[in-house]
Design a protein around this ligand. Structure first.
Ligand code: M6R
Length: 608
């Protein structure tokens, strides 16, 4: 979604803002712009398309001021063209906006025909409203306080005024906004990445809070204008972690980081000498696990598929009912939940609008919520009752990779923890599963060697008409995730299916132009999966199989065969995810697509 950066300070605002916007590119955008003080006026420069176009336009622009705002826009209202790019300027007011103003038409009508609009956006309307108020208040903060109650929707906004050249006002209801102060400087941004090179100390705005920046200091107010005392949070990510480190793309770097990320995800919860886990205690909700009769896992996209793997693991190991729901469905479903339900919400960004809406719905229903996020202090993390972390470090590629496998590792520990606490797992079995998990990072390292295979095979694979991904049991959600990866990166038709479901429809799709990716590790369901593979092969499908080392039969049946190290059934998903990510990455790359920022997609989906 859109990126916001604001800067007041001694450095050249153009460089700070462009640098900040660059670090937010991963969020997805289709135009960009800045407004920076120059000779007492805000000079605005905007461009359609990539940041490099804006950078070119700014090459010969000089600014003598020390304050400016910038934005990368992901179009919602109005096409991704220059006139709709932010900042929007109305009578000396310039602002950038992330999100949607839902009552935009109603408010526009109230302004009447004398209000001249130069864009098709809902954002410009807010600039009109603030410009109208400032004519009587002559005060930027007071004007925002008057406009705020009139806005409906999910938004975060940063506004400046030419008559208040050392001030910025930031406010939000929904998408995140943070404020950080460095030596003689204040920065505002929609994400920590933009601020990290300057400071690690930040303040997160809550909904309906307002940050008033004046010179090098700032105050936070509530929506009635009462000053608030806010906690300053120290970020434990470094600016370097969000760099490509020599990899061609962030996604490739993040795929290769997975062994370390999974090890980091496990570390806080495992006693490596005793081979036990204390993960339930670490949630802050340990006592709530006693007496629950159901776990409801809710998430979106890749996080949802990770949740589905978690459901298989928890049900099998702990013998407790687990339901999985897509957040955008759950929130409109009038769900029936017993009072002994524990909800687990999974979100890498911790800002996904649908998942956040579910969190608030569950809190109204008095259901305890455990969140599993990668971004600490994100809204979902802050508002949950209990907390777990993926610990994957910053994930910049839009396609989620290391956050996914880290989530699988954490959910596996949760399954072991619940199973132990319910007396469903012996100490010996706990040790067996923990040993298997601790061995996974090294096994993942060996699986990464298939990178070469996919980089070579991509030229053939890219010409297939479509891909069917299949698996059974715990491998089935990995098939769904593999198909999602190929869709979002290669823009090819791909579907994930439970292998046993093939004869109920998808078998009709199979011919020599259809690739069938079969997840067939040597587990309890292998023989069943093998017969599904043979059915697909008999219909002429091109088989790409992923099995366990030493399986010569699978190799003979397949056009392409990848052998995974021998592992516990429950750990196979961690290993299988890697070849599927690499397949999607290399096919997309071979097709010439932007792997880190696939078209139409955003990293953090903060609107519904
Ligand atoms: O930040 P979240 O985990 O809540 O995001 C959920 C989905 O938007 C996300 O997983 C999406 O499907 C990714 N693009 C997948 O690669």
């Amino acid at each position: 979604m859109c990126g916001i950066v604001g800067y007041y300070g001694p450095e050249n605002p153009k460089d700070v803002i462009l640098g900040g916007l660059k670090s937010l590119e991963y969020r997805g955008y289709d135009s960009a712009g800045v407004a920076i003080l120059n000779h007492g006026e805000f000079k605005r420069v905007r461009a359609e398309g990539k940041l490099s176009t804006l950078q070119k336009k700014l090459e010969h622009e000089a600014f003598d001021g020390h304050l400016g705002i910038g934005h990368t826009r992901w179009a919602t209202h109005g096409a991704p063209v220059e006139k709709n790019a932010h900042p929007h300027t109305v009578r000396g007011i310039s602002l950038v906006h992330n999100g949607i103003i839902e009552n935009y038409l109603e408010l526009k009508e109230e302004l009447g025909p004398q209000a001249q609009f130069t864009s098709d956006t809902d954002s410009e309307l807010v600039a009109h409203l603030i410009a109208g108020e400032i004519e009587s208040t002559h005060d930027l903060l007071a004007s925002v306080l008057r406009v705020l109650p009139r806005l409906q929707g999910a938004y975060s906004i940063l506004v400046v005024s030419k008559d208040h050249p050392d001030e910025m006002v930031a406010f939000k209801n929904g998408p995140p906004l943070i404020v950080g102060s460095a030596k003689g400087a204040v920065l505002v941004a929609s994400d920590v990445q933009a601020i990290l090179p300057y400071t690690k100390k930040v303040v997160y705005l809550n909904d309906l809070e307002i940050a008033h920046i004046k010179g090098e200091s700032f105050e936070i107010y509530d929506s009635r204008g009462q000053a608030l005392k806010k906690v300053v949070t120290t970020i434990d990510w470094t600016a370097e972690q969000a760099q490509k480190e020599g990899y061609e793309h962030f996604m490739l770097k993040e795929i290769f980081e997975q062994p370390r990320a999974v090890a980091r995800a496990l570390a806080p919860h495992v006693d490596v000498a005793k081979h036990t886990t204390n993960i339930l205690e670490n949630t802050g909700l340990a006592e709530r696990f006693h007496g629950i009769d159901r776990i409801a896992i809710i998430a979106c996209g890749t996080s949802f598929y990770a949740g589905q793997v978690g459901a298989y693991l928890i049900e099998k190991l702990a013998g407790i009912t687990v339901t999985t729901d897509i957040a955008s469905e759950f929130r409109y479903r009038d769900p029936v939940l017993s009072k002994n339900t524990l909800a687990v919400l999974i979100s890498q960004s911790g800002e996904t609008a649908d998942t956040l809406a579910v969190l608030r719905q569950l809190k109204r229903l008095d259901v305890p919520v455990l969140s599993l996020c990668n971004v600490k202090n994100s809204t979902i993390d802050r508002e949950s009752d209990g907390h777990l972390y993926m610990n994957a470090g910053p994930e910049v590629g839009v396609a989620s990779t290391k956050a996914f496998t880290s989530t699988l590792a954490v959910l596996h520990l949760v399954a072991v923890g619940i199973a132990r606490s319910r007396g469903r797992l012996s100490a010996l079995d706990e040790e067996r599963y923990i040993r298997a998990l601790l061995a996974a990072p090294a096994q993942m390292e060996t699986v990464l060697a298939c990178d070469k295979f996919f980089s070579e095979a991509a030229t053939t694979l890219k010409s297939y008409r479509g891909f069917l991904y299949m698996g059974r049991g715990v491998n089935y959600p990995i098939a769904l995730e593999g198909a999602l990866k190929l869709k979002e990166l290669a823009y090819m038709h791909a579907e994930g299916y439970a292998a046993g479901e093939m004869k109920h429809g998808p078998l009709a799709l199979i011919d020599a132009r259809m690739a069938v990716v079969m997840l067939a590790p040597s587990d309890g369901l292998y023989e069943k999966t093998l017969s599904n593979l043979e059915e697909a092969k008999a219909r002429g499908g091109v088989i790409i199989s992923i099995g366990t080392f030493g399986n010569e039969k699978l190799r003979d049946l397949s056009a392409h065969y990848l052998a995974l190290p021998r592992a516990e059934w429950s750990v196979n998903p961690l290993l299988e995810a890697i070849p599927l990510q690499l397949l999607a990455y290399h096919v997309a790359h071979a097709l010439g697509h932007d792997v880190d920022q696939p078209r139409n997609l955003a990293k953090s989906v903060t609107v519904e």
